[in-house]
Design a protein around this ligand. Structure first.
Ligand code: FES
Length: 592
């Protein structure tokens, strides 16, 4: 172990340590456990890296220090652990200096073995590989505390998740990307907690599953993108994931840009209706957003995008769903309107003359129809709005807003599981909206109509509709709302009350940024719930686009209601994070 003499401090006499074989010391903000073993002396951090038990109360045998709490073992000399869940303990270089008339003094280099970012990145990798949340939490906290860009741990998690899960992109990577999207809106002290949840979700998804091996591009590299897109859709049609994967890597190899590859994926994701209740399109959108954050580096891009193929090939298709066929054949209605889409889009382009009509002018008239009970009327309204020249992403945004209203109006007399029904439509509609903002995919326009039909099928969730809370709801004073909401969500099923509080605050001029940060904090204190994370992330994305309008308030009311319906949980994952946080701050977790 390297020693820098200018950092040496005297910590004890040799006699003190030899008397019992160990000696605890608190000095200069450090808490050390000194050991006499064999002919040598050793110094380690006295807080077990697992959960802080004082290591001077452990046992040294054959050069191995064993903690007496959960029996983690450490190499006394280096601090390296033999139990990965416990982490390495920090060891310090020791020097014995002669003191006339005594056995000498023990000096320790307090600066030795500082744990830099490379070490913490490696520990993050270790935590992911072994699915150890505590190790993940500690590494993320240390990295962000050291000034690391959050995008770096995000990249590590993304690259790990797409490689070490044979089934490909799943809930873990979706939560990972949702959390990263939320990060800029969270308070600074909550960001490492968000990443901890995200990375732990990735680790859990990959735990015990085989790795994934990517196929190579077609040998010539000369196949054009139009052909590859057509083949990709054909292979997904017959549920051939491997053939489809080869089309993706070949398209990338042939130079497909981010918009072109997104168009190819979105086309296949909407060749059938609302596949896998919206998850495929939502996951695709999240994978693209993940690349926006991590960078479209070629090898990563190929790994990320091919991770989607399995989900495409194996997705359920609503053509086979009774609800989409009976008593009204929604599939038939959609097939007819899709035939008319190219002409409608062309007419809309001519009508607007390149100047799309503001979406707000359509919102008021479309929303009652979208939330209504007449599927032919719904598709007709959407089609005529396209013909009138609305920008396609704006129309998708109106449908996403209507889907958020289903949650805002969700009546608590429904079955609890039906929160997810409303959520699925909302996240799908949001993904369609974000996808159309990314690329003008003609095929993805079908997603707007799919979302509208799913919204129609969800209509029973609003019978009767829970009223949208206004500024005076329940008399909440704006200035106390932010303080009261955390306590409210300590109790189960405070759905309407939570929505009222957020509405009262925002309608009276409260700062939406503070509401978002608070909802984020309240989300992070709960155990991870995939759908609640999706809801808040989708609501925030929609709020940013609707900022300054009543609709911008409604989407946050929807998120608050959903979060309240799913709070409180056991909060066990937060306890793990808190242990890591306190260890990182140098706190004593164990009171003797
Ligand atoms: S093994 Fe030391 S505190 Fe758990």
């Amino acid at each position: 172990m390297t020693m820098r003499t200018d950092n040496l401090v005297r910590v004890a006499s040799v006699a003190d340590v030899q008397a019992a074989g160990y000696f605890p010391v608190n000095i200069a903000g450090y808490t050390l456990a000194l050991f006499a073993y064999g002919e040598k002396f050793y110094a380690v951090d006295n807080r077990c890296p697992h959960m802080g038990f004082p290591l001077h109360r452990g046992t040294v045998k054959d050069g191995i220090l064993t903690c007496h709490w959960h029996h983690a073992r450490f190499d006394l000399a280096s601090g390296g652990t033999f139990d990965q869940w416990a982490d390495d303990v920090r060891a310090f270089a020791v020097e014995v200096r002669a003191v006339p008339g005594t056995a000498g003094d023990i000096w320790v280099d307090l600066a030795s073995q500082r744990e830099g970012r490379p070490h913490q990145r490696q520990r993050l990798q270790d935590g992911l590989e072994r699915n150890i949340s505590l190790v993940i939490a500690k590494s993320v906290i240390s990295l962000l505390d050291s000034g690391e860009d959050p995008a770096e741990p995000f990249r590590i998690g993304l690259d790990f998740g797409v490689r070490y899960r044979q089934a490909g992109w799943g809930q873990g990577l979706t939560m990972h990307t949702c959390m990263m999207n939320l990060l800029p809106y969270l308070d600074a002290e909550d960001r490492s907690r968000a990443l901890y949840h995200a990375l732990s979700a990735v680790a859990r998804d990959c735990d015990g599953t085989p790795p994934r091996f990517i196929v190579q591009p077609l040998p010539s590299g000369a196949t054009d993108l139009t052909t590859l897109k057509r083949w990709f859709r054909r292979f997904i049609e017959v549920r051939d994931a491997e053939g489809a994967e080869r089309c993706i890597v070949s398209a990338l190899h042939a130079g497909a840009g981010d918009r072109q590859i997104a168009d190819m994926l979105f086309a296949a994701a909407t060749d059938h209706r609302y596949i896998n209740i919206g998850h495929v399109l939502d996951f695709t959108n999240k994978a693209l957003e993940a690349l926006d954050i991590a960078g479209w580096e070629p090898a990563r891009t190929a790994m990320v995008l091919t991770s989607l193929a399995n989900g495409y090939a194996n997705a359920s298709r609503m053509e086979e769903s009774n609800a989409w066929r009976n008593p009204i054949d929604l599939i038939q209605i959609l097939a007819e309107v899709f035939d008319r889409l190219p002409a409608a889009l062309e007419q809309g382009a001519q009508q607007s003359g390149g100047h799309a009509v503001p979406a707000l002018s359509y919102q008021a008239s479309l929303i009652p129809t979208l939330l209504g009970e007449d599927p032919p009327a719904i598709v007709a309204a959407l089609l005529s709005t396209l013909q009138a020249g609305i920008a396609v992403p704006d129309l998708a945004g109106i449908v996403a807003y209507a889907a958020a209203l289903r949650i805002a109006h969700f009546h608590t007399s429904n079955e609890f599981g039906d929160w997810d029904t409303a959520l699925h439509t909302f996240t799908f509609a949001n993904a369609v909206h974000q996808g159309l903002r990314r690329t003008p995919s003609a095929e993805l326009v079908r997603g707007i109509f799919d979302a509208a039909m799913s919204l129609y099928l969800d209509r029973f969730l609003n019978i009767p509709p829970a009223p949208l809370p206004g500024p005076a709801s329940n008399g909440h004073e704006p200035e106390t709302v932010l303080a009261e909401l955390p306590n409210l969500l300590d109790r189960q099923q405070q759905v309407d009350e939570a929505g009222s509080m957020v509405a009262a605050y925002l309608h009276r001029g409260g700062n939406p940024g503070r509401v978002i940060a608070l909802l984020g904090r309240l989300l992070l204190r709960e155990d991870r719930d995939f759908h609640t994370i999706q809801t808040l992330e989708g609501a925030v994305r929609q709020h940013i686009l609707l900022r300054g309008t009543p609709a911008g308030i409604h989407v946050l009311v929807a998120a608050a209601r959903y979060l309240a319906a799913h709070s409180p949980t056991m909060r066990a994952q937060g306890q793990t994070y808190q242990i890591a946080y306190r260890l990182n701050r140098g706190e004593h977790l164990f009171e003797e």
